[in-house]
Design a protein around this ligand. Structure first.
Ligand SMILES: Cc1cc2nc3c(=O)[nH]c(=O)nc-3n(C[C@H](O)[C@H](O)[C@H](O)COP(=O)(O)OP(=O)(O)OC[C@H]3O[C@@H](n4cnc5c(N)ncnc54)[C@H](O)[C@@H]3O)c2cc1C
Length: 402
């Protein structure tokens, strides 16, 4: 059965789904993204890729794109997590196994912007600057409407529009999102500057978690490109656009809002400079070797965040609107699995929809089967992320609706 698939959101999950469908021979696929270009806000960070996420990427991407991603992935393989207090005294930390070991082409972390460029490679039918507003079901079809006044009609609409999903707001406004009470400052520091400022050797090449007094928490993660994205594209897939990139540390400084003591309206409108100063002020008593990382953070790449979780994760039911990624299962970044879960969705959903296109399954059965499986593994991912959030931040809220 010929299927026209409309994907709302050209983020990690939506683009990976479009790639998976293309690999499976489903060609009438259109992605609508509100960002004006691939370089949207907050793309300049690294993402941990789990074994499940890597395997989903390999399922969906053509070989050349897999090679490009592996060539630009993080060079420093992580062996678990190193935990310290604010004076850099080692602390106990949970262990994470990784069946991939030290495989040389393992993709264990990637730069988010580079991942988006790779996910766009070779895809037609991605439309930027199209902000979805609402949909309507007309007979056996779904019509998506956009802020520019335009509309498109398809057989299936996939909601891949992230944590603040407009599609979910229309279809499932009753689904609960928890505000975990944690406020975070996400930032990026060039690696060379952090090392020059005294970042100790033991902290340089792994995921570091520092928990200070009052549950103040810093997570520090290196992104060391195996090959710069432009060089890798020139060698492996000339014509694929890449951005200039240098090695960096991504840092996430988190604190409970009671300890922060700043109203959300004020916190969420602070500039990058103000946020950087706030971190320096709140960590004035911390070990000086850690403070250099904040002092050299790029203000233009520093943002405020609130941590949320979807509890419980629920299927969206029958129909032609199918959810994927953060739109249906938002989770705090503490587990490093939100994007991996979205990638897993993309792989599972592309298989389900390809079976429908080949006439091997009905849309109802395929969508229900995908959603039942997704709810199971997404619930596990959220539970794990909440457990790590509790461990690292000492206090999170689990009753407050966002
Ligand atoms: C600081 C931080 C660190 C993280 N680290 C990790 C990590 O290491 N590993 C990991 O697995 N996960 C991580 N995550 C989580 C991860 O970023 C998300 O889970 C992932 O991006 C979800 O993918 P998605 O495709 O569902 O949504 P997104 O990637 O957010 O994509 C949604 C897209 O939809 C677009 N959109 C939204 N509304 C509309 C609209 N109305 N019309 C059209 N387009 C729209 C958006 O512009 C966006 O491009 C982290 C998150 C944060 C905040």
């Amino acid at each position: 059965m010929p299927l026209r698939i409309i994907i709302i959101g050209g983020g990690i999950g939506g683009l990976c789904l479009a790639q998976g469908l293309k690999q499976a021979g489903v060609d009438d696929v259109h992605v609508y993204e509100r960002d004006a270009s691939p370089r949207g806000r907050m793309q300049g960070y690294r993402l941990r890729i789990s074994p499940e996420g890597e395997s989903a990427l390999r399922d969906c991407l053509p070989r050349r794109a897999q090679d490009l991603l592996a060539a630009t992935a993080n060079l420093r393989h992580e062996q678990g997590l190193a935990a310290y207090d604010e004076q850099l005294n080692p602390q106990w930390a949970p262990e994470f196994g990784d069946a991939r070991g030290d495989a040389p082409d393992k993709i264990d972390a990637v730069d988010r912007m580079t991942l988006r460029r790779v996910l766009l490679a070779g895809l037609d039918g991605v439309h930027f600057d199209r902000r979805f507003t609402h949909f309507e079901q007309v007979g056996d079809q779904v019509v998506a409407h956009f802020a520019d006044g335009g509309s498109v009609t398809g057989d299936v609409l996939v909601a891949a529009d992230g944590a603040n999903s407009q599609v979910r707001r229309q279809l499932r406004p009753e689904f609960r999102h928890l505000d975990l009470g944690v406020r975070a400052i996400l930032s990026r520091t060039p690696r060379a500057a952090a090392i020059k400022a005294g970042l100790p050797e033991v902290l340089r090449d792994r995921f570091v978690n520092v928990t200070g007094a009052n549950g103040l928490r810093l997570a520090l993660m290196p992104m060391v490109f195996r090959d710069t994205p432009r060089e890798a594209a020139g060698r492996l897939w000339p014509g694929v656009e890449m951005d200039p990139a240098e090695d960096y540390y991504m840092s996430v400084f988190s604190v409970h809002r009671d300890v922060l003591g700043i109203p959300d309206t004020e916190f969420l409108s602070m500039t990058g400079e103000q946020l950087r100063e706030l971190v320096l002020e709140r960590t004035a008593e911390w070990h000086p070797d850690l403070r250099g990382v904040f002092a050299h953070a790029e203000a233009a790449e520093t943002y405020p965040l609130t941590l949320k979780a979807t509890v419980p994760v629920e299927p969206w039911g029958e129909g032609r609107v199918i959810p994927l990624g953060d739109a249906v299962h938002t989770m705090p970044p503490t587990g490093g699995v939100g994007a991996n879960t979205a990638l897993r969705d993309a792989s599972a959903l592309s298989r389900a929809l390809a079976a429908v296109a080949r006439g091997e399954a009905s849309l109802e059965d395929a969508a229900a089967g995908y959603q039942a499986e997704m709810v199971r593994y997404a619930t596990e991912a959220i539970e794990m992320s909440l457990k790590i959030a509790k461990w690292s931040m000492r206090k999170i809220d689990v009753e407050t609706e966002a």
